[in-house]
Design a protein around this ligand. Structure first.
Ligand SMILES: [Zn+2]
Length: 730
């Protein structure tokens, strides 16, 4: 080994020991599908890093996920085809297991539990690699149109593995199809730590790695099953973990919605990582919720009426229910079970203080508007037969004036989660006025609906995109239907813009590119599935790519001839069919099936057109390049962490586009408008801080150099491959 390499190796080692702890570089990039192994410098460097790192801790899990047994499966398919003929539709995952099935396993009616058990037994080899998996009946749902959804969940050593589910869809007892979300279960070895130790582990980890951020940990933890991804093989698995909830220090940032983070600690005491979340607790030891039982029984009800003008000059009349008790008025809706309370009291004084007035004429206008918008959202779903977010009339708590303990307002109105079966939202803040945007409020309300309907929502990559898009779709439906009902004229060109009634549009379902969202997969602004979803890649593009799905709404509205009432029914059915791991391929079939189930087959043509237009079913999205766009691509060498890197291109007017490697790949492709671009590659550490960057200049790549003014010309219709980043830069 020559001196130059040893010298550079020192620099790189620092980066790598920060990144991966004891895990060596060679193991990290193992199992990737498309690594281009052309650099010999890279290989010699790889060895030196491995040697110098010394002890290599093997953290790769022994997972039993393997490809489906083709022989066993072909028999199942033969039988399915015999029963269903050409109408059979299946979608499978990377391993060949069925995640969506349209069709039945039996011509007979399902009448007994044994009918389901037999169906599962027959399908098992086509659903999972775990031949000894025990799936037990957990819930049944009957919608207003007589469709039944029977949910079976994995049972393991007396526990319910809530993340592993199979959902049967039936009509009058006849099976129409199923959705499945099964990943292998992994049990860590070693002694099980106790709750307090789990919290200590999270605290120590954050103190050591993220001391610059302000974290508050919940005093209690719970053990539950969660999806995890093996950091080395990127295989998905589920395991029982301690979940420690903290605040989300990034929740004030643009595009960050979830108010909390879940930190995962393995049963044997290893910090596994964190994910944004809503809180979900059966028990809140800090607050007294008995107040709900008392207040929803008050029979003296009044109303409060007011009106206001929105940012576009549209006048909105608002009427909200108010209750009275001993001469005092309260913002409470006994029928819908909605309470308005003060955020500060709830969060910092642990009290549920209902907003009250002595006169019923001095309410805060924004509080009333928020309250009203939640009532409209509630009614929208109630008309579909879903009373409250869970469909079981769970109480709703609206917390007003979202703020930090030092009274600084928090710029994020969101669904906080569910505690003691109460669904909680932050409904107003002094930092923004999205409480006035019915579509934004409807978006948040829909998060509560989907979080309840789909146990263990995976809020990242395609699953997160679908979750966000459904919130946008239903949010817009809620707003436009409200305008239609009130006889308010809508401008079809602007009404699909999220937040347009406040004058501050966040996203636009008709013109996604105006807000940096793609029109089709592989096109401008499109981002691929991320290996390690994080704040630095919008959790795999959950807010960026949501346009790929939400574009279906304006298409359905303008071209299918359906009413909004029909459209919302289709999407409510989609929510009922989805399971946690349903991805784009599943969704395409689920939406089509939902049209049929809603008796609205006329919409299928629009859906098919929309799928074609948005290309969400494309396996290789970047293969297609439209004639007025261009592509820039770069192959990452092994000493850069593919999972935590991001390419940024900036044109001369300062507009930035970002991209990262497709999951399990070292290739970054970004589709752009032809223009001149300044190009940068960033690498982040595990905590999301940038620890290295490379700037593209006249003489190629420069590592950690000064910002240069070099703009690379990207001509129209061309695919430009950037030269490899050479190992020795200086
Ligand atoms: Zn959202």
């Amino acid at each position: 080994m020559n001196k130059k390499i040893v010298c550079i190796a020192g620099v790189v080692l620092v980066i790598f020991s920060n990144l991966f702890g004891c895990v060596s570089q060679t193991r990290i990039n193992e199992n990737y599908e498309s690594y281009d192994d052309s650099s010999t410098v890279a290989n010699s460097e790889e060895e030196s890093v491995t040697d110098a790192t010394g002890e290599t801790k093997d953290t790769q899990l022994v997972l039993n996920n393997k490809n489906a047994d083709t022989e066993a499966i072909s028999k199942i398919y033969d039988e399915l085809r015999r029963i269903n003929g050409d109408s059979l539709v299946t979608v499978t995952d990377d391993y060949g297991y069925i995640t969506f099935l349209k069709g039945t396993v039996s011509e007979k009616k399902f009448e007994r539990m044994s009918d389901y058990e037999n169906a599962l037994e027959f399908l098992k080899p086509a659903l999972t690699a775990s031949s000894d998996i025990e799936l037990v009946f957990t819930t049944a749902l009957l919608d207003d149109y007589n469709y039944q959804y029977a949910i079976f969940t994995e049972k393991l050593e007396g526990d319910t593995v809530t993340s592993n589910v199979v959902k049967f869809i039936l009509k009058d007892g006849y099976m129409l199809g199923l959705t499945s979300s099964l990943v292998p279960y992994y049990a860590p070895k070693g002694n099980v730590i106790d709750d307090t130790v789990a919290i200590e582990i999270v605290r120590d980890y954050l103190d050591e790695n993220e001391a610059d951020k302000e974290y508050f940990l919940a005093p209690e933890t719970e053990k539950t099953f969660k999806y995890q991804t093996d950091p080395i093989t990127l295989q998905e698995y589920c395991t029982k973990v301690f979940v420690v909830i903290s605040n989300n220090p990034e929740s004030n940032k643009d595009g960050v919605e979830a108010p909390f983070l879940e930190h995962y600690v393995s049963l044997n005491g290893e910090y596994l990582g964190k994910a944004p979340s809503y809180v979900k607790r059966g028990q809140d030891d800090e607050r007294d919720y008995s107040i709900f039982n008392k207040w929803f029984k008050r029979s003296i009800t009044h109303s409060y009426q007011t009106s206001y003008e929105d940012a576009n000059g549209k006048v909105e009349e608002v009427v909200v229910p108010v209750t009275e008790d001993e001469g005092k008025y309260y913002l409470e809706d006994s029928k819908r079970r909605i309470l308005c309370a003060d955020y500060y009291e709830f969060a910092y004084n642990k009290r549920i203080q209902i907003l009250s007035s002595k006169t019923n004429d001095d309410w805060d206008l924004d509080t009333i508007i928020a309250y009203h918008n939640y009532i409209v959202s509630y009614d929208f779903y109630a008309e579909l037969g879903r009373y409250g977010p869970d469909g079981l009339r769970a109480p709703i708590l609206l917390l007003m004036d979202y703020q930090k303990e030092n009274h600084e307002p928090i710029d994020n109105l969101c669904y906080l989660g569910c505690m003691e079966n109460v669904h909680i939202f932050t409904a107003t803040t002094r930092a923004n006025n999205y409480n006035r945007a019915l579509d934004v409020v409807g978006h948040e309300y829909t998060h509560a609906v989907t979080t309840t309907a789909i146990e263990n929502v995976i809020y990242k990559n395609e699953q997160g995109v679908i979750n966000e898009a459904i919130s946008d779709i239903m949010g817009e439906c809620i707003e436009i239907m409200h305008y239609e009902k009130e006889g308010i004229d809508v401008n079809p060109d602007t009404v699909f813009a999220m937040g347009q009634s406040t004058g501050n549009v966040i996203r636009d379902l008709i013109y996604p590119e105006l807000h940096g969202q793609p029109r089709y997969a592989g096109g401008k602004y499109y981002v691929p599935t991320a290996s390690v979803p994080s704040v630095n890649n919008d959790l795999g593009g959950v807010h960026i790519n949501s346009s790929l799905v939400s574009e279906m709404l304006p298409m359905m509205y303008f071209t299918s001839g359906l009413s909004l009432n029909d459209i919302r029914r289709i999407w409510e059915t989609v929510i009922c069919i989805l399971v946690p791991r349903s991805d784009f391929s599943d969704l395409c079939e689920i939406v089509l099936m939902a049209c049929e189930m809603s008796g609205l087959e006329e919409a299928t043509e629009t859906i098919q057109k929309s799928i074609k237009m948005t290309r969400i079913d494309a396996k290789e999205p970047f293969e297609y390049l439209s004639e007025n766009e261009s592509q820039i691509s770069l192959l990452l060498p092994p000493w850069i962490d593919w999972n935590r890197s991001r390419l940024e291109v900036r044109n001369e007017s300062g507009k930035v586009s970002v991209c990262w490697p497709q999951r399990k790949s070292n290739k970054i492709v970004i589709t752009v408008e032809p223009d001149k671009y300044k190009i940068r590659l960033l690498q982040f550490d595990q905590n999301g801080d940038c620890n290295a960057h490379w700037q593209y200049g006249e003489n190629g790549w420069e590592m950690n150099g000064e910002d240069n003014e070099y703009y690379r010309d990207i001509p129209i219709g061309e695919r430009i491959s950037l030269p490899a980043i050479e190992y020795i830069n200086k």
